[in-house]
Each structure stands twice: as structure tokens, then as C-alpha cells.
Design a protein around this ligand. Structure first.
Ligand SMILES: Cc1ncc(COP(=O)(O)O)c(C=O)c1O
Length: 370
């Protein structure tokens, strides 16, 4: 039996009628750019995230780029982040002209260490970008406390709907940051039928600036307060996402149930470490990422047996050739480097059947001789 890492067709089959009807309504309207469908989705995502404002844009990458620009990050500024993340987190810092400053991760959660972020702060620090990796929120309250007065952009591309209990209250991904950013890339828990992204904030002036920046920097057509971008969410994506949004909580709960099933089956398998979820967090498990001894051999073994896996991420960003100019060396962020050599993401998507889950489990256990 083959088990792909992700099967988007299985999900589409369950919602096809409602999504296609919504898309056809938009096609018939011939209104494709921003408009009522995008505004509706912005309201829905703001509500989900417990934020006052949400602004749609063309991708999760652009959400970071616009957020950095809205906080005036540019030449001469430093932005603190981690190197164990998708490239966009640091690529956008570079692309606004600022310098990425990489600090190491907590080896248990793969998320930023607030103390390391504080130690990296200088007079040039302009912002910090903690990443909510694999569906689990970074310790956002500790990051904010460790960096008094520094704006925080929470890269929640992988974590829409994730939450964290802080002082006895559930706080949503994006809620406490200066700006939170989401991606609607198809493989995300809330994935569009193409690219899309969104920024959330509690700050009205920042929301207004983000709206301007996504439309060439002008609040009024053909009048430009500053130079912005063309980065809009289109109406077709918005109606797909609004149709999918009511399912998100159920899909993420199914991912958690799949994770719990794996955790139980892998308990005691020596050579393998199951994901650690901070007890304060409720993860949405965008990925189920183990640490594995003989990781590459395990991946090859599973591939031969039709089981899809992926390595997120094989080379931490501080060691990427494009960032050689920053001067980091092997050993600069040891936990990120160790993680890159050990991690393997297994299929976790909500439509997995019990027999598919068992197939993955049996093969992983067989690899380790149990
Ligand atoms: C952590 C992180 N940041 C940013 C992005 C960029 O999102 P997008 O692919 O929508 O541009 C992604 C998505 O792949 C991501 O995983």
C-alpha cells in the first residue's frame, strides 16, 4: 500500500461541491481582485486569530515582506530569527535590505530560544521573527518579554489556528505579535488552490499601512504615499479558503489524533524520538517530524515501500551559500545543524486511513527491528 506524504486530492474530494460552487460564483461575477470575498476571509481569519485586523496578500512570503516593510526594516537594520525554517523567513529579511541575525533553536520544539534572541539584540536590531514551526507556536510571550520594545513578526505560515495557553488563557497564533503572518500554500492546514497569504495585527495604523503596501503604496488609486508592491489575494483563492475554513478545526484535530496514534506506536522504539509538544501548546501538526537515527537510510527504506517522507530542513539557513556573506560557520547554531541531520517528516494529513497509518508504523518499526 502506498502512503503519500500528503494527498490533496483526498481532501478535495470531501469538499468538491461547495468549493467548486463558490469558485463558479466568482467566475460568473468576473470580479477577481480583492473585493467582498477577500474582505470576508479577512474578517474570518481576524476572528480565528483573535486580532482586530487581517490583510490578505499574495503569499506567506509576501506577508513577511510586507510586514518587514511596514515596520521600516531596511538597510543597516538587523532582524533576529532562527535558521531552522523555510527559506522565506530569512530571504525576505535580506530582500528588504536588512541583515538576518540567526540564533539557535530549542532542540525539543525546534522553535526560537528567547534567551538567545535577547543575547543577539544590538542597537541595530529592528525586529524579531520567531517561527511557529511544524504547527506549534513559539513561546511568543517569552520572546516579547525578552525583547522589550522590539517589534515581533510571528511567522505562523505553518500554524494557523494553533494556540498556546498563557496565564491560563488560550492565545492564538498571530494574536500577540506586532504582526502575525500566514501562508495559504496548498500544503498548509488551510491551503488554497494556488498561492495566498495574510497578515494579522491589533494595530489599526499598521493594518492601514499593510493595505497600502500590498497595492503599490497608495490608499487611493494612482496616488502613492510610498513605493509598495503588487501583492493581493485574489477572490478565487479567498472563496476557496472561506469554504475550507469551517473544516480547519476538525482537520487539525484529526492531525493531532494521527500524531497521538503514531506517538503510542513509536513509544519505546530505540533510535527514534517522537515530536515534543510544549504542554502549553496545542499544535496543528502541519508536520509530524521525528528525529531518527540512520535518518537517510530510514527515508530510503520507506521510499522503497511506497511511503512518502520529507526532510524539513536539510541545510539550516545560516549555512546556505546565499548567506555566506553573513560569515556564519558550521557550529554557529549547533542545534539547528543537528536537527537538519536528524529530522524526518512522516505523513500526517487528516484523510489518512487507519490502514495507511498502520502501514507507516509497521515499516518504521520494522526498520528499527521491532
Ligand atoms: C515557515 C514559513 N515561512 C514562510 C513561508 C512562505 O509561505 P509561501 O509559500 O506562501 O510564500 C512558508 C511556506 O512555505 C513557511 O513554511
Amino acid at each position: 500500500m502506498s502512503v503519500p506524504l500528503l494527498d490533496l486530492r483526498a481532501q478535495h474530494a470531501t469538499i468538491r461541491d461547495e468549493v467548486v460552487a463558490a469558485m463558479m460564483k466568482t467566475v460568473d461575477s468576473q470580479l477577481f481582485i480583492l473585493g467582498a470575498p477577500v474582505e470576508a476571509l479577512e474578517r474570518e481569519v481576524a476572528e480565528l486569530s483573535h486580532t482586530k485586523f487581517a490583510v490578505g496578500c499574495a503569499s506567506g512570503t509576501d506577508a513577511l515582506l510586507l510586514a518587514l516593510r511596514a515596520l521600516d526594516c531596511g538597510a543597516g537594520d538587523e532582524v533576529i530569527t532562527t535558521p531552522f525554517t523555510f527559506f522565506a523567513t530569512a530571504g525576505t529579511i535580506h530582500n528588504v535590505g536588512a541583515k538576518p541575525v540567526f540564533v539557535d533553536i530549542d532542540p525539543k520544539t525546534f522553535n526560537i530560544l528567547p534567551g538567545a534572541a535577547a543575547a543577539a539584540r544590538t542597537s541595530r536590531s529592528k525586529a524579531c521573527v520567531p517561527v511557529d514551526l511544524f504547527g506549534q507556536m513559539a513561546p511568543i510571550e517569552d520572546v516579547i518579554k525578552a525583547l522589550p520594545g522590539l517589534p515581533v513578526i510571528e511567522d505562523a505560515a505553518q500554524s494557523i489556528g494553533a494556540r498556546r495557553s498563557i496565564d491560563g488563557e488560550w492565545r492564538m497564533a498571530g494574536e500577540l505579535a506586532t504582526i502575525g503572518t500566514f501562508s495559504f500554500f496548498p500544503s498548509k492546514n488551510l491551503g488554497g488552490y494556488g498561492d495566498g497569504g495574510m497578515m494579522v495585527t491589533q494595530d489599526e495604523a499598521l493594518a492601514a499601512r499593510l493595505k497600502r503596501l500590498r497595492m503599490h503604496g497608495g490608499a487611493k488609486q494612482y496616488f502613492h504615499d510610498e513605493v509598495g508592491f503588487n501583492s493581493r489575494l485574489d477572490a478565487l483563492q479567498a472563496v476557496v479558503l472561506s469554504a475550507k475554513l469551517p473544516h480547519l478545526a476538525g482537520w487539525s484535530a484529526k492531525r493531532r489524533a494521527n500524531a497521538a496514534y503514531y506517538n503510542k506506536a513509536f513509544a519505546g522504539v530505540s533510535g527514534l524520538t517522537t515530536p515534543f509538544i510544549d504542554p502549553a501548546n496545542e499544535s496543528i501538526f502541519n508536520q509530524y517530524t521525528i528525529r531518527a537515527e540512520k535518518r537517510d537510510a530510514l527515508q530510503a527504506y520507506l521510499k522503497e515501500r511506497g511511503i512518502g517522507t520529507s526532510i524539513y530542513y536539510p541545510l539550516p539557513l545560516h549555512l546556505q551559500p546565499c548567506f555566506a556573506y553573513l560569515g556564519y560557520k558550521a557550529g554557529s547554531c549547533p542545534e539547528s545543524e543537528r536537527a537538519a541531520g536528524e529530522v524526518l517528516s512522516l505523513p500526517i494529513y487528516p484523510e489518512l486511513t487507519n490502514s495507511q497509518l498502520d502501514e507507516v508504523i509497521e515499516n518504521v518499526r520494522a526498520f528499527y527491528g521491532v
